[in-house]
Design a protein around this ligand. Structure first.
Ligand code: FES
Length: 279
């Protein structure tokens, strides 16, 4: 069968595959146009950035104009308007990480890789970025690789990490998943297609729980609070689960160990640890 280019620029086979994914995404929303954010991640998973073809595809599928799609794609920094590297290396230079050495890490990486903010190395391996706070201040300074945590970094450690990524070696984040996936794979997850790895590894480590340990040592307690209520006055499932699970906190734990609060949490599906780094 001859593959014909579609109006969006994708060949028939690619178009059909993306259209199937689009139907799954759109089905989550009452209005088609509300699916635009995950759709932009979907086209990034195909092209490695939000391409002209991707914009035309989103516009056509969602019944909006290319200008409307572009307006959103240019607003959020997670959407790339030029080809991204296999790995986005994001150095947090927000307040706490900056104080703890984030700026030095960024400067060292920038000089070592020969690229600046939002620029990609010649081999296409790494796009370097300054990023804002990643809610990991207790591990400052933090470097993210495709949104996986590399805690308590130093300039030397970060350059070594970058060298290993460029050499195609497997690298293990400090917390969370056991390996780092590619930018395209990550984009597909952000489009809402789970790779089954979201609950891998430890989430809350010792620094995160330091306050809790201190409170226990000193027998400090917080005033009892009411569980969130629904409009009819009854406790929500999430509120009741939080209240019941309060006594279980205080140890290093994976998000996989938390009490299920939604039907999706309670499927019992076991993450497949073999779904690690792919070519
Ligand atoms: S300031 Fe860097 S993670 Fe919060």
């Amino acid at each position: 069968m001859t593959l014909e280019a579609h109006r969006s620029g994708y060949d028939e086979a690619t178009y059909a595959r993306l259209a199937t994914d689009t139907a799954a995404i759109v089905a989550r929303y009452p209005e088609k146009r509300s699916a635009l954010l995950p759709m932009l991640h979907l086209v990034q998973s195909e092209d490695g950035y939000v391409s002209r073809d991707g914009i035309a595809f989103c516009a056509e599928q969602l019944g909006i104009t290319a200008a409307e799609v572009s307006a959103v794609a240019t607003f959020y920094t997670q959407y790339k308007r030029h080809p991204n590297g296999t790995y986005t290396v994001g150095v947090c230079t927000n307040t706490l990480c900056a104080i703890m050495g984030g700026d030095e890490i960024f400067d060292e990486l920038s000089e070592h890789l020969g690229v600046g903010h939002d620029e990609t190395t010649d081999d296409g391996a790494i796009t370097l970025e300054r990023v804002e706070c990643n809610a990991a201040c207790d591990y400052a300074p933090v470097v993210m690789v495709n949104w996986e945590f590399f805690d308590n970094q130093t300039p030397a450690g970060a350059t070594q990490l970058a060298d290993r990524l460029r050499a195609g070696e497997d690298v293990a984040p400090t917390r969370g998943a056991a390996s780092v996936c590619t930018f395209k794979q990550m984009s597909r997850v952000l489009a809402g297609f789970s790779d089954g790895r979201a609950d891998e590894g430890v989430g809350a480590g010792r620094p995160t729980l330091a306050g809790l340990r201190l409170a226990r040592e000193h027998d400090w307690t917080a005033p009892a609070g009411a569980a969130p209520e629904q409009v009819d006055g009854s406790a929500t499932d999430a509120g009741a689960a939080a209240a019941e699970g309060a006594s279980a906190v205080g140890q290093e734990q994976s998000s996989a160990e938390r009490r299920p609060t939604t039907p999706a949490d309670a499927t019992g599906a076991t993450p497949d640890a073999s779904k690690g780094k792919q070519p």
